[in-house]
Every structure is written in structure tokens, then in C-alpha cells.
Design a protein around this ligand. Sequence first.
Ligand code: LR7
Ligand code: MN
Length: 611
Amino acid sequence: NKSFLYGICFASLTWVVSLYLFFQLTKSKSTFTKVPTPHSWSVKNNIVDPFLKYTKNNAGPSQTYVNSPELVKKLQPVFGSSKGSDPYEEELANLGLVRDNNDLKIKDEGYKMHAYNVLISNRLSLNRDIPDTRNKLCRKIKYEQKLPNASIIICFYNEHFHTLLRTIHSILNRTPAHLLEEIILVNDQSDIPYLHQDLDEYFKKNSLTKVRLFKPEKREGLIRARLFGARRAQGKVLVFLDSHVEVNVGWIEPLLSRIKEKQSNVVMPIIDIIKADTFAYSSSPLVRGGFNWGLHFKWENLPKGTLKRKEDFVKPIKSPTMAGGLFAIDRGYFIDMGEYDAGMNIWGGENLEISFRIWMCGGSIEIMPCSRVGHVFRSRRPYNSPDGQDTMLFNSLRVAYVWMDDYKEHFLNQRKDAKNVDYGDISSRLQLRKELKCHDFDWYLKNVYPELPLPTDDEEQLKKRWSAIEQDKYQPWHSRRRNYVAQYQIKLAGTDLCIQTAKDVRTKGSGLVLRPCKKSKNQTWYETDKNELVLAQLLCLQAGKTSPILYKCHEMGGDQEWRHKGGQKSPIYNLAAGTCLGVNKKAVNATVVMKLCGDPEPSFLNWDIIV
Ligand code: LR7
Ligand code: MN
């Protein structure tokens, strides 16, 4: 009987399918298991963060160490919530601020190698939650189910293991599987021992089959490393990311659907901020990319009238340039447009090159406000080019000579040192420009970036250009107006000695000492809403390795971000340094230094805040 046979076949097929599904499911469950840990940690009761209470002895991870709900709330963005499946997460979050000398060593070495706080990164879940920074309207937008799929390309040179893994996990967690063709990782000849093997092992052990790890034969620099990755990609769309990012919920749909609408749309997420010192994730305002005549990329406010109605906050925003690291482009379009300039070395300039090229040759660059990706912004680049070349200058010269026509003179006038610098062979790029029948640079300036001030502008013209850009409403983070929330003197508990600058209130870099308290400018601290301590509203208190100094406020928190309890006998703790303000003796002219917070006498660590 035929139908009986079919019946049996069907039944066994169902079995096979469900068995297969069961396997897949259990497999995906074990995807995020144990995280290899590069160092061991322990709770040391004698050295603790002054704002956390620890139970006696080594308590297990189930116990609560943090005693103030307010503090828990404050630290949430730093340490993430306790959700997620990293088995170490809770333990790590609870241990969050414990510091001992070994930790400090890890941190210091991490700063040297990576220019961010690896101690904190190590302790954060690879699957941590980050705040959904999108505008509310974004949640209502429905994207088509059928979107082009993406190959994500991440190049890295000496990236920190956990931070790179967090980049990958965030992508796997927040990208619908059917939209993710693959993650192509290009190890640009990192020289950290075992990094490559460790990664390879991790992906194999956890069956992260979508991750493909490559290593070119020599150090290529990020531009050629991206080309290397792009040429191995199979997805319809290429998405380039830096190796220290975390993608946010719903990040990829806005990008893919905009490219689906039109192949020549090159799109970027809003780049949220992951602080280098604390890994706190915070939202970025809506700004766009510009540049100056030194050919440095810069963020700027949106042209007036861009954000008029509610809906404008979720619509694509045109941007004259891109920052470079985070964008999506149709793969075919990328190839047709001449990929990247393979003659560029290591780092810098390629972002302006691709920006000019896209706009001048018929495409467009847009920011999709509903797509958000956090990036670790650091204050210095922790590596050089192997031969010491100033690659930013070299690459910028190539940009200028290929794309900027007579306007390159403005750049050359600014960079007098560039006059006789070699910039290699650009003939193939000039040829490309011809073949693509691109507009000239004058067209770009007039049509895409009319707000850019020219060195030849008179005052009238300058005013006009500046006023075309929204000034006060949506301030970028780097031009914030400082907001003072308190004013006080800082007195060493049990003495009449206050913290005062060792030099003049205006002298950058000067240290701090104890002097008899008196109501004077050089002892008056202004606390900002970002927990900076600004002396006489001029310079910020900044933690150093051994002692604090006064320095220009950089608005980035970290070593200029302080915590104290107010009132009497409070430690003053620095978030980035992980250490506290202290002195070695109760005496006039004693130098204020950075100390482990729990240090026993003869360290003096308690301060009265006198308002
Ligand atoms: O030799 C190298 N090989 C690499 O693979 C040097 C670097 N890299 C990798 C590196 O590991 C990282 O993933 O390239 C990426 C970018 O280097 P970063 O993170 O050290 O520099 P950055 O964040 O300052 O880089 C910005 O400018 C670069 C100019 O060439 C690139 O365009 C980066 O992609 C870009 N990053 C961003 O746009 C993220 C937002 C930052 C801003 C503004
Ligand atoms: Mn980066």
C-alpha cells in the first residue's frame, strides 16, 4: 500500500527533522559557554573600593556585595546588568571595582597595549546588555523580512581578546541569523602571542561556524586588510566594523533596507560611545561627518532645519563624510566603485577618500539614526606603522592629489611639511576617477558640503556658513557647556589642611599639595554633572599613575571622573585609575598622591567636603 509507505516515510522524516532540530537547539545553547580568562581574580578584603561593602572572606557569586542601590544603578551602564549567559558575569560584576596590585598591573599593561581599560573589559560579560539608545519611534518601524544578507568584515591589529570577542558576541546576539552570511575576521599580523590560536580555538570550541578567521601574510594596515576581507566575502552587503565595538538592538535592519532601496546608498549607524576607561555605553547625539583643511575628519552639528518634526529623528541624514570604521555598502557597488585605494598604508585618510569618491561619483552617504553601534573611543592610538611612516600624511596626500583638484592647495598650505613628501603612484586611482566619470571637487563642495568654511572666505561668508549649522540644540559631546552642581573645598579629615594647586590656578600640569584652608580661588573646586572637579572653573583634576595633576578638561570622563560621598571622612575615588586621593603625611606642603583605596596608615585617604 503506497499511502502507508508514504506515511512511514513521512513519520521517519519528521523524526529525523526533529532530531536535527533538537541537535541544533542544544548546540546553539552551548554556543556561549566558558570564557577563557587570562588571569585569576580574588576578593581581597583589605583593599576594596570605598563605596562597596564586601562580606567577610571569599563569598560566592550569589551574595550581594554592593550595598547601595543607587550605586548599583550608577554602575549598571558600566558593568551591565546581570542578565546574559556568561557564567562569570555576576561574579565579575560583583567584583567590579576590587583592585589589588596585580589588577593594577593588568590594567597598566592593558593601557600600554590597547589604550583602554582591559581590566574592566575582562570583567564584563561577553553578552552584556547595553542601553537601547534609539529614538522611541525606531521600535515602531517595520522592516521587510527579506533583506539582502551581510558579510561583516572586522580587521584587527593587536586587539584585546575579550574586547574582540564581545564585538563578535554582540553581532551574533543582535543580528537575525538569516541576515548574517558570515563574520570575516582579518588578523592583520597581530604580534600578541597566541592571540590567533586562542581565537581560532574559541570559535571551534563554541561552534561559531559563521566566524571565519584569516591572516594575511604580512601586516597590511587596515585599508588593505579590509580589501583582503572584502574579496573573500560572499554576502550581498559588506558591513565594515572596528574590532572594539558593540552593536545595539536592531542595528542592521535599517542599514540593509536602505541599501535595498538603492544600491548606491552607503549607510552608517550612529556611533555610540563606549568609554575607554570604564566601558560605559552611552548614546551619541545626531551629528554628521565633516572635515577640515588639514584633512582631519570631524563631527559637526546638522544643518539647520534637519530635525524639525519628530519623524526627522529616524530618517536617513546625509553626511558629507564618514568616520571610516562603521558602514555598510552593497558588495557589487563597492567593487564597481573601486573598493579602496590599495596604495594607502596602515591607518588614516581612507575614510575621506571613500567619502569624496562616493559623493563625487554618483552615490550618497547617509546616517541611519535607528542603527546604533558603540565604539571604544580612545585618546591615543597604541600602535605605529612598522617603518615609522606618517601614514596619515601619506594617505591624505593621495586623497588630495587624486580627488581635490585645485582645492588641494588649501591642504598643502596648512601642511607645509607635506610639500616634498612622497605619496607613491596614484595613476590607477586617477584612471578610476576618469572611468567613473565623477564630478569635480568644486561640485562636491557646492552641492554636498556648502557649509565648509574656505580659507579664502571673508567674514561675511564665514558667518553665513557657520549659521547654516545648528548651533545649540543638539550639541555634540565634545562641545558641551559645563554644568556645575556643587562648589566646595577639600580638607584632609582631622586637620585644617586643604587641597590646593602647587602652582598658579592656570598652570596646566601642576601637582597638588596641602595648605592651610582659606577661602581662595586656588582651593575652590567646582563639581560638574559629569563628576569632574574643576579648580576655580578653570582646570580639571586628573588622576595620574602616581599623583593627580591639573589639566585641561577633556570631557571624556575616565581619569577626570571622581566619586566621593560628600560630607565628612569620604574617600575620593577615580574611576579610571581605580585609586583614591591620599597623602603620606598630615603636614603642610604634603603632596597629594594616588593610593590604593584601602591602604592602611600611614596613608591618609579621608577627606571632608566643606561646602
Ligand atoms: O595596521 C592596522 N591594522 C588593522 O587592522 C591598524 C589598525 N587595524 C584595525 C584596528 O584593530 C581597528 O579595528 O583597524 C581598525 C581601526 O583602527 P583604530 O580603532 O585603531 O583607529 P580609530 O578608531 O581611530 O579609526 C578610525 O579611523 C581610521 C582611519 O584610518 C579608520 O577609518 C577606522 O575604521 C576609524 N574608526 C571609526 O570610524 C570608528 C569611530 C571612530 C570615530 C570617529
Ligand atoms: Mn577604533
